[in-house]
Design a protein around this ligand. Sequence first.
Ligand SMILES: C[S@@+](CC[C@H](N)C(=O)[O-])C[C@H]1O[C@@H](n2cnc3c(N)ncnc32)[C@H](O)[C@@H]1O
Length: 382
Amino acid sequence: MVSTIHWTEGHTSRSARWHSESGVPLPRRTVVADDRTTAKDAYRQACEGTALLWQGDYHNARQLLQAMRRRIPRTPSTPTVSPSGSFHLHRRDSGHRARVLGKLLVLLDDDYTLALHRAPDVRRACLEAYGPPKEPREPTAVSLRELLGVIGAHQWRSKGIDVPALGTRIHPHYGVFAPTRGEYVDLVSQTPLPPAPRRHPAATTAFDLGTGTGVLAAVLAHRGIGRVVATDISPRALACARDNIHRLALTERIDVSGPTLFPEGRADLVVCNPPWLPARPVGPLEQGVYDPDSTMLHTFLTGLPTHVRPGGEGWLVLSDLAEHLGLRTRRQLLDAIRSAHLRVTDRIDTKPRHPRSQDTTDPLHMARSAETVSLWRLTPAP
Ligand SMILES: C[S@@+](CC[C@H](N)C(=O)[O-])C[C@H]1O[C@@H](n2cnc3c(N)ncnc32)[C@H](O)[C@@H]1O
């Protein structure tokens, strides 16, 4: 369904298509804002649900967004709140911040030009994130906050992320889980292969379920595995994985297939790095981070016995952050593994190295500082 926003400029009524990647509904009311608009006024209107369509200088709009952000009160963390309570407060705060800051809008021309004073050329970034302009061609209003994410994603996609396990870079697309945390990639690159693949890697098949950028599929191919099938539910991830596999000249050895979780058939090694937190994603952009009711985790576990070859293994990559946040217990995980008729043959643990794990101002610092990332080696129970 196409949504249209309406506003008035002088005595002229104007309208544009409304677009939000995270599915934010059409603002109830839209007014024009420019370089004379104060942060106090913008923040008040945004809190009341009024969108501000920016028509001033681009850099001033970015500064206004920062000034509005500084006005948003943070819920102070109190030791009396349980870890799961802190997590829910943190998500509530993030949702509130997104709602308020998402009210500052800009208008993209029908070819994605941002016609503001001192604005950068955002056409390529928008084309990558939004695809070709929709017909009928008309201007589109988006939140400046979303557009800044689109621009950042374009820069990341162009530059890529260094993956030492591959000795090269992986190029994440907008909205695709990026392998910025190297520790879990190293687990998959360093854990000894099961006996059959170890003896004849080139004659071995592996699945990489929920491939994202394709990074783990590439690591498996890098380790000599002859054929890898990589799947995902997200069309963006599938396109991104195909792009990376092509860049790495691995199209002969890696098939990208989906949207699905399990491909047809069985493999000697089935790797899955599901989203680590059981919570509802807000929009498709959070699908790599939150797994509602641990659905992907459970589907992987229950499907593994019928998708792994005799003598093969499943590798589950999972952090225990959810346990430290009180969102899942270790017992629940072990029960799910047992109920799926699987046996744990080994578990390799590592500690996160990313800067956020050291950030004492992070509201989830207690949980993050205790986090361990594990690779669980699973085989069908005899
Ligand atoms: C944590 S990310 C991992 C991405 C990549 N394997 C990596 O390690 O960087 C989880 C991935 O699973 C995908 N996903 C989520 N739910 C899924 C499902 N039900 N079936 C298939 N893929 C799913 C997401 O789109 C995301 O790309």
